[in-house]
Design a protein around this ligand. Structure first.
Ligand SMILES: O=C(O)CCC(=O)C(=O)O
Length: 352
């Protein structure tokens, strides 16, 4: 394990990458890319930085360090401009005071361009998506992976969300606390059950089948609690949207949600327009000039809720218009957002 007390900050130039700067620090975590990332983030707002970064590798870095994108962005306070040492201290502290050496080695290798396997070793023999499910994915742009995680971890994750909110599944008034008055997101990131779910073999196998590779990294995402609507609490969204750019060329990408409790269609289920990713180009081409596609998509028919059982993981293509839905049931929808991405992937930099 790497911890502040057992290792020292180390300054060295590196020849690992042609982009390496002479003053590059290896640091106590031993990740040259981390130093370059820190330089770029600290330089934000001060004019063009000399050091360029790759969006995919940035995501791999944060996922491999068990960090959430937003919390990391918040760390880079433009007034304080934290030192590299403070950044590494924060990473280690955020991980509970120590980092797993094997996981760091895997991350180092991947960022250096070496081939790495899955986070849990061989996926041979792990039950994956069937050919029918893969064909369904191709057609509809989403797939439901049943029993994606261990039931014990699933139930523990649901309980952790309620605990985090000081709420109880049996006390309806507790579902509407201030913390989620305007949102269905629950900013719980690293509960042990969340970590266990991200490392579920069946879940990793399904993502690896869709990516066609095993060097995947689980994004550190949050939980969700979508309570039934009532007079003083109306569903705040997310309504139908894309999180990805819809500028061409259109690239592959995935998102995912794990239902932690049974989720009938009317109980605030994840919703999408099945198959839309395949006709996105045509649809965009037919929009009248000056139309904002992100507004126009709200009028598109076919936005349907996807029901599921506790333990079902829905993975969707990131070009599928999607969102959540008002909960007209009697219990909250409880979920964990989970997605895995490969070390590198093709992306379109332009936002539209
Ligand atoms: O919570 C949901 O059902 C939808 C999630 C969503 O819209 C998203 O993750 O972008």
């Amino acid at each position: 394990m790497t911890s502040p007390s057992t290792s020292e900050s180390d300054t060295a130039s590196t020849s690992a990458s042609p982009a390496a700067l002479p003053e590059e620090k290896i640091g106590r975590l031993g990740i040259p890319y981390l130093f370059r990332y820190w330089q770029r983030k600290n330089a934000a707002g001060t004019g063009p930085s000399e050091v360029s970064g790759d969006r995919d590798l940035d995501c791999t870095l944060l996922a491999g360090l068990n960090l959430n994108v937003l919390e990391t962005a918040r760390f880079f306070n433009p007034i304080k401009r934290p030192s590299f040492e403070a950044f590494e201290d924060w990473i280690i502290a955020t991980n509970g005071g120590a980092m797993d050496d094997a996981e760091l080695a895997r991350l180092r290798a991947a960022l250096a361009g070496n081939t790495v396997g899955s986070a849990i070793g061989s996926l041979d023999g792990v039950e994956g998506l069937t050919s029918e499910e893969l064909a369904f994915w191709d057609d509809k742009g989403y797939v439901v992976v049943h029993d994606a995680v261990e039931p014990a971890h699933r139930d523990e994750a649901a309980a952790a969300i309620y605990d985090f909110l000081h709420a109880s599944p049996t006390n309806p008034n507790s579902w509407y606390g201030r913390k989620f008055g305007v949102s269905i997101w629950v900013p719980l990131l690293r509960h042990s059950a969340f970590l266990a779910n991200r490392r579920s073999p069946r879940l990793i196998k399904a993502f690896s089948q869709l990516w066609g590779r095993e060097d995947l990294w689980a994004i550190v995402d949050q939980g969700g609690l979508n309570p039934p609507e009532r007079g003083d609490w109306k569903f705040p969204g997310p309504h139908v949207h894309w999180d990805a750019t819809i500028a061409p060329p259109h690239r592959f990408g995935v998102q995912g949600i794990l239902y932690l409790t049974d989720t009938p269609a009317e109980q605030g289920a994840f919703s999408c327009i099945p198959g839309f990713h395949r006709r996105l180009d045509e649809w965009l081409g037919m929009l009248p000039a000056g139309t904002d596609p992100r507004v126009a998509i709200r009028r598109e028919p076919g936005f349907v809720p996807i029901a599921g059982k506790a333990g079902d993981l829905i993975i969707w293509h990131h070009l599928l218009p999607h969102g959540s839905s008002p909960n007209r049931g009697s219990l909250p929808r409880v979920a964990q957002y989970i997605a895995l991405r490969s070390t590198r992937w093709e992306y379109t930099a332009e936002w539209a």
